[in-house]
Design a protein around this ligand. Structure first.
Ligand SMILES: Nc1ncnc2c1ncn2[C@@H]1O[C@H](COP(=O)(O)OP(=O)(O)OP(=O)(O)O)[C@@H](O)[C@H]1O
Ligand SMILES: [Mg+2]
Length: 203
């Protein structure tokens, strides 16, 4: 609008508004992609293509992509590792990458300035438990049961500030369930949140 109202003459305004338009288009593309993923997952059209891979390696890869975003909020992302051995799991690598990306993006988006996001891995009989914790805003108990529903977002003011459509966690839950695995959340308002999901071990 500012452009139509005569801003076209001003090079700075042109640039600013083109950048804004570009960001809006990016956001729209990502919402459409998320909707497409949710629809396919819900109608059972997405078949999980499992293979053996090192989940620590994958976490490192996804963390690297989010590092810049995290730095902007002075959030440090760390991995709690007991040793430097790989942890092999049997799952759909691209889909698990999507799960990890959604959880990291959330932990940064709803994290405190100067805070942290931390990954831990627990060896269980058949499975590996992956935990991602933050010391961010946290979530009130009353919201937890509905958190994984599509389009569910915790509060309007928080949501307006941070953008997003409330599809992320729905996708995360669908993907873990398509692997016959589970995802859980614990959270304390003002203290932080922990999301944990399981993956089946590979030998
Ligand atoms: N780590 C977290 N800390 C605090 N609140 C969280 C965290 N992760 C998710 N939430 C809350 O849960 C809601 C749902 O998350 P979800 O990822 O599904 O949607 P979104 O991040 O709002 O949008 P999208 O992921 O589609 O861009 C968020 O709006 C947010 O309020
Ligand atoms: Mg999200």
């Amino acid at each position: 609008l500012t452009l139509l109202e005569g801003g076209l003459e001003d090079e700075k305004i042109n640039r600013e508004y083109l950048l804004r338009a570009d960001r809006s288009v990016d956001r729209m593309i990502s919402i459409v992609e998320d909707l497409d993923t949710v629809t396919k997952l819900e109608s059972g059209q997405l078949i999980m293509e499992r293979s053996k891979f090192d989940v620590i390696e994958l976490v490192k890869e996804v963390v690297e992509l989010q590092e810049l975003n995290a730095q902007k909020k002075d959030i440090s992302i760390r991995l709690k590792l007991i040793n430097d051995k790989p942890i092999f799991v049997f799952a759909d690598k691209d889909r698990i990458r999507q799960v990890l990306a959604n959880l990291i993006v959330n932990s940064v988006k709803y994290g405190k300035k100067g805070g942290f996001t931390e990954f831990s891995f627990y060896d269980m009989e058949e499975n590996i438990l992956v935990e991602i914790s933050d010391n961010g805003l946290g979530i009130e108990q009353e919201h937890l049961p509905r958190l994984f529903e599509r389009f569910y977002r915790v509060d309007k003011s928080r949501s307006r500030e941070s953008g997003g459509s409330g599809l992320g966690l729905a996708i995360v839950k669908h993907i873990t369930e398509a692997h016959n695995q589970t995802i859980n959340v614990r959270s304390t308002p003002g203290v932080g949140s922990t999301f944990s999901f399981t993956l089946s071990k590979s030998r």
